[in-house]
Design a protein around this ligand. Structure first.
Ligand code: SAH
Length: 382
C-alpha cells in the first residue's frame, strides 16, 4: 500500500470560487443537457456549434478544464470556467493497492461533504466503483457507510465527475499497464443509488449516450446495486436503459434480513425478489443477488437451500448469486464465514441450479472493498 500525494487528473486547489445556492453544488456542464449548454452559449453570444465542441472535450477527452479546450476562443474559455466548469470536487487522498492497479480516491465536495470512488484494473478490463450519496441512510449494520448516516445526495455532475476523472487517469496512463479505457461502472460505492434516483438516471444517461453528448458506454456494463427499494426497481425497469441490476439480499428470510438490511421491514424478501424478477422480464438482463457471507449469521446451509428455492420459485435462468466474503468494518464484531462454510453455501446454491460466483473483492487493505467506504481522512490508529 502506498499513499500518493498527487490527485488523479484534478487540480489540488479550488481555483474557482464555489458559487451556487447554499447546500446545492454549483451548476456544472455535466448537469446540463445539450439544450442547456446551447442556452448558456446563447447568453454568452456564442454560436451553438460550440456546444458539441465542449461536449467532445468533456465526454471523449475527459477534460473538465476549459483552459485545455484550445479550439475555443480564449475569452470564452474563461467565461466557461466561471459559468459551467467550477471545480466540483478535489481529490484529498489517494490510496493504492495491488501494485497500483486498485486506487481509492477520497473526494472533498464543495461543502466539504466527502465521498470515495475505487478504480480497479484487471488484466483485461477496468471497473470503477462510484458513490451516489455522501453517507447512506440505509443503516445496514455490517456496512461502514451505513454507520455514517446520510449527509446528502450527490448531483449528477458530482457522480459523472468521478467517472470522468477515472477515465482521464486511465487514458493518461496513470495506472500501471499503459493507457486504457474505462469499461465498467458499478454503483457500489457510498450511498443507496435508488434513493437518489433522478441523479443516478442522469448519470446513466450521460454514460450511455453516444459521443459527443455522452461516453458511449454499454448499459450492460453499468451495474446499479440496491438494498431493494421496490418501487424504484420497478421504475428502473421501465427506463428503456437495460443496466445490470444487483440486489443486496444477504438473507432469504425476513427475520434475519430485517436485521441486516433494515429497509426490509418496508419491502420484504418476497417483494424485493418479485421486483428483481420483474426487472429481468422487462429488460432481459440477468439480475445479480449480492450476499455478504457473515460467520454464523447468514451462512447456514439451510439458508442457501431456502435462497435456492425462493429464486427457483420465480423461474430459471433469470438470476445469479454473488456471495461476498464479509469485509471487516470498524467496531463490527462480525467476521467472514469460514472457507469450508463458504464452499458449502456455494455448492448448495449450485445444486439448486443457481449460477453462483464468489465476488473477488479488491482493496480491503486500503479500506476500499465492498462495505468499507467511510471517507476517513487519515489512517486510524490501530
Ligand atoms: N446501497 C447499495 C449500494 C452499495 S453496494 C447496496 O446496498 O446495494 C455495496 C455492496 O457491498 C452491497 O451489496 C453491500 O451490501 C455490500 N457490503 C456492505 N458492507 C459489506 C461488508 N462489510 N462486506 C462485504 N460486503 C459488504
Amino acid at each position: 500500500m502506498s499513499v500518493r500525494p498527487e490527485p488523479l487528473g484534478m487540480p489540488l486547489d479550488f481555483s474557482t470560487k464555489v458559487k451556487g445556492r447554499r447546500g446545492k453544488p454549483p451548476q456544472h456542464f455535466a448537469d446540463l443537457n445539450a439544450d442547456g449548454v446551447v442556452e448558456v452559449l446563447t447568453e454568452l453570444n456564442q454560436p451553438r456549434y460550440r456546444a458539441a465542441q465542449i461536449a467532445t472535450h468533456y465526454f471523449s477527452r475527459f477534460s473538465a478544464s476549459p483552459a485545455e479546450m484550445t479550439d475555443l476562443p480564449t475569452a470564452l474559455r474563461d467565461q466557461l470556467t466561471e459559468r459551467i466548469f467550477p471545480t466540483l470536487m478535489k481529490a484529498s487522498r489517494v490510496l493504492s493497492a495491488d501494485d497500483g492497479t486498485t486506487v481509492k480516491t477520497l473526494w472533498h465536495l464543495f461543502d466539504q461533504a466527502r465521498v470515495e470512488s475505487v478504480l480497479m484494473r484487471y488484466p483485461n478490463r477496468t471497473t470503477l466503483c462510484i458513490s451516489s450519496q455522501a453517507g447512506c441512510g440505509m443503516a445496514c449494520p455490517f456496512c461502514a457507510t451505513g454507520q455514517l448516516g446520510l449527509t446528502r445526495n450527490l448531483s449528477v455532475a458530482e457522480i459523472v465527475e468521478q467517472v470522468r476523472a477515472a477515465a482521464r487517469s486511465l487514458a493518461d496512463g496513470e495506472i500501471p499497464g499503459g493507457p486504457t479505457n474505462l469499461n465498467n461502472i458499478v454503483f457500489m460505492g457510498m450511498g443507496e443509488p435508488l434513493a437518489n434516483y433522478r441523479a443516478i438516471m442522469g448519470t446513466v444517461r450521460a454514460l450511455v449516450t453516444p459521443a459527443p453528448w455522452g461516453m458511449g458506454m454499454s448499459a450492460r456494463n453499468i451495474t446499479v446495486s440496491t438494498v431493494g427499494l421496490v418501487p424504484a426497481m420497478r421504475k428502473l425497469a421501465d427506463e428503456g436503459i437495460p443496466v445490470t441490476l444487483a440486489l443486496s439480499l444477504h438473507a432469504p428470510d425476513d427475520d434475519l434480513r430485517s436485521e441486516l438490511v433494515p429497509i426490509n421491514t418496508r419491502w420484504s424478501v418476497n417483494e424485493a425478489l418479485d421486483a428483481a424478477r420483474h426487472y429481468f422480464d422487462v429488460t432481459g438482463r440477468r439480475v445479480s443477488i449480492e450476499y455478504a457471507l457473515i460467520k454464523d449469521m447468514n451462512d447456514h446451509a439451510w439458508r442457501a437451500d431456502l435462497l435456492g428455492r425462493k429464486l427457483n420459485a420465480r423461474g430459471r435462468g433469470w438470476v445469479h448469486v454473488n456471495p461476498i466474503p464479509l469485509n471487516p468494518t470498524p467496531g463490527s464484531i462480525w467476521t467472514a464465514s469460514e472457507p469450508e462454510v463458504e464452499r458449502e453455501f456455494v455448492a448448495r446454491l449450485r445444486a439448486h441450479g443457481i449460477p453462483t460466483t464468489i465476488r473477488d473483492t479488491r482493496g480491503s487493505d486500503i479500506d476500499g472493498a465492498c462495505g468499507q467506504l467511510a471517507a476517513v481522512e487519515e489512517e486510524q490508529p490501530a
